[in-house]
Design a protein around this ligand. Structure first.
Ligand code: PEP
Ligand code: MG
Length: 320
């Protein structure tokens, strides 16, 4: 455990029977680094980067981006998973055409593959920082829905790496490439996707939205946005099973990971890495180090057989 961390369990990052887990931080800005370190998190599991493109302080040139990624990597211990720009949906898309269904439209990887200049400048900045810090940086691709997107992005990464090498810049040849599991098509064919990448990170916020056909930002229907819904849990379990067959690790970086009921079930499904807002790390650590792995597995096995979110809340109350 790191100096200055605020964890209280005697067996931090381990269940009572000694099964280890990792708790990581979701961050977006340098100002959050301090909280991420103090929370006891073991690295950054999700660095959102869209904030570089919008708002008051736009920093989108390759040099500005590189400086930002460097600050983050140097400012915290452990691995840093950098997610490519996830523009679109509710995230300030500067789109030329108004879309009727922006959440089903031009967002994430779909937009990046059409906007090669933007994509390549981000890849150049990330890959340069990764070359200076080998083994520390991972790349995460948002909003994947078909396998060609994965193949195309890998191709782009190889091209940018080739260009860096020929201009004398060091690269991390083994930089891990992962995809976000946010669309049911990826969860349902997890094995086929997992075979082509190095890790998977479940975005439970979008996975819930796309599974239940509920706009995550629409207040009128917010009671239908149920991330404990048994169908969401089943898709998560399918992802874990498919990835396991391909020997690929799965983590979760959506809000479910920082939620007690969610974290207990996710760990029970066999997910050993959870990434969350830094303030949730101590409470989730305390929860996961309070019982044996077997007890979490029992809860998760039962949870997946239920018919509704309410039933899971009730089950959790009795289990806890
Ligand atoms: C998610 O969808 O769960 C996720 C982590 O991504 P974002 O919330 O940034 O869409
Ligand atoms: Mg998302």
């Amino acid at each position: 455990q790191k100096k200055g961390s605020k964890l209280k369990c005697s067996n931090d990052f381990e269940t009572t029977d000694g099964v280890p887990f990792k708790l990581m931080a979701n961050i977006e800005f340098e100002a959050e680094l301090n909280n991420a370190s103090k929370s006891g998190s073991q690295g950054v599991g999700l660095l959102r980067t869209e904030g570089l493109l919008f708002g008051k302080r736009v920093r989108n040139s390759p040099d500005e981006q590189q400086e930002f990624y460097e600050h983050i990597v140097e400012g915290i211990e452990g691995p840093v998973t950098i997610r490519l720009f996830d523009i679109g949906g509710d995230k300030n898309a500067r789109r030329p055409h108004k879309e009727t269904n922006p959440f089903l439209g031009w967002r994430g990887i779909r937009l990046l593959l059409d906007e090669k200049k933007l994509l390549r400048s981000q890849l150049q900045a990330i890959l340069t920082v990764a070359g200076k810090n080998p083994g520390r940086v991972k790349i995460l691709v948002p909003m994947v829905s078909v396998i060609d997107e994965v193949r195309e992005i890998r191709n782009e990464i190889e091209k940018v790496q080739g260009a860096l090498l020929s201009s004398g810049v060091d690269i991390d040849e083994n930089i891990p490439l992962g995809l976000m599991v946010e669309v049911p098509s990826v969860a349902l064919s997890a094995y086929q996707f997992a075979r082509e990448i190095d890790f998977m990170s479940i975005g439970s916020n979008d996975l819930t939205q796309y599974t239940l056909a509920v706009d995550r930002g629409n207040d009128r229907i917010h009671t239908l946005f149920q991330h404990y819904h048994p169908s969401v849990l089943k898709l998560i379990k399918m992802t874990v099973d498919g990835a396991k067959k391909a020997d690929v690790e799965v983590s979760v970086c959506g809000e479910l990971a920082g939620d007690e009921i969610g974290a207990a079930c996710l760990f029970g499904f066999g997910i050993k890495e959870l990434s969350m807002v830094p303030s949730s790390v101590p409470k989730i650590n305390e929860l996961l180090c309070s019982k044996s792995a077997e007890e979490f597995i029992k809860l998760a096995d039962h949870a997946i057989e239920l018919s509704s979110s309410e039933e899971l809340e009730q089950l959790y109350g009795e289990w806890k």
